[in-house]
Design a protein around this ligand. Structure first.
Ligand code: NAP
Length: 248
């Protein structure tokens, strides 16, 4: 199926590396102008330059997505320049893994702020402009850990599970404005985030994956492109698990 995008502009958080970078590249390949957001200016800058070098349209914006005021200021200036941002992909995320008994407040707060609060900040800042245009797509990147829980990841699991409630509520609030809001829950995908896992842990994870491989970033960017396109217009409030069959 050929996907349709009618002069759309997208903002992708965490676009400097990994899954977010692949999503930004795929949307740009589909003819979408992409605003690549990451924390480090060098990282989103390089992602935007790579897209431009391959003939796509992109720009970079360094923003700490866990900072409410910084997100609002960046969104205001982007909306002034672009009018509307039609597609929002909330992908930025971090882990601070440790058992609950040892978890510090800062480890809990950093993960909730970066993985969950950020989705609220960007949605609040950008969805009004989508509502005015009576068209919009929001895609929130959660995780299978939000569905299953995981020892050593209570903060991450809570943030990722919170994304499901936020997604369904936004889907209901904005349905009258022809805006769809969906979540994607990746399983284990080959990126910097999973690079840190040792061989023993990786083998244990593979035992739980019926398709017997870790996912590629393209496994996620493909479904995000579909959910961002015209063709997905009758799907909202859903979670799509992309995990090689880990959670059934
Ligand atoms: P990654 O390779 O570690 O990249 C994370 C990206 O998020 C980077 O571009 C980073 O910016 C950005 N970021 C982190 N904190 C930020 C902040 N405060 N403000 C702005 N940007 C920030 O991660 P990934 O593996 O691609 O994961 C992407 C998303 O998928 C995350 O939400 C993750 O939880 C989720 N996920 C991943 C997996 C997996 O197996 N990899 C599985 C399930 C879900 P810089 O480049 O500037 O550092």
């Amino acid at each position: 199926m050929k996907l349709t995008f009618e002069n759309r502009k997208a903002l992708v958080t965490g676009a400097g590396r990994g899954i977010g970078k692949a999503i930004a590249e795929e949307l740009a390949r589909q003819g979408v102008h992409v605003i690549c957001v990451s924390q480090n200016p060098a990282s989103c800058g390089a992602a935007a330059e790579a897209i431009q070098a391959s003939g796509g349209s992109a720009e970079a914006q360094a923003v700490d997505v866990s900072d409410s005021a910084a997100v609002q200021a960046a969104a205001d200036s982007l909306l002034k320049e672009h009018g509307t941002i039609d597609i929002l992909v909330n992908n930025a995320g971090i882990t601070r893994d440790t058992l609950v008994m040892r978890m510090k407040d800062e480890e809990w707060d950093a993960v909730i702020r970066t993985n969950l609060n950020s989705c609220f900040y960007w949605s609040r800042a950008l969805m009004q402009s989508m509502a005015r245009k009576r068209w919009g797509r929001v895609i929130n990147i959660s995780s299978v850990i939000g569905l299953m829980g995981n020892a050593g990841q209570a903060n991450y699991a809570a943030a990722k599970a919170g994304i499901f409630g936020l997604t369904k509520s936004l889907a209901r609030e904005f349905s009258k404005r022809n805006i769809t809001v969906n979540a994607v829950a990746p399983g284990f995908i080959k990126t910097d985030m999973t690079e840190v896992l040792n061989e023993e842990v990786t083998q244990a994870i593979l035992q739980q994956i019926p398709l017997k491989r870790l996912g590629d970033v393209a496994d996620i960017s493909n479904i995000v492109a579909f959910l961002a396109s015209e063709e997905s217009g009758y799907i909202t409030g859903q979670t799509f698990t992309v995990d090689g069959g880990m959670v059934m």
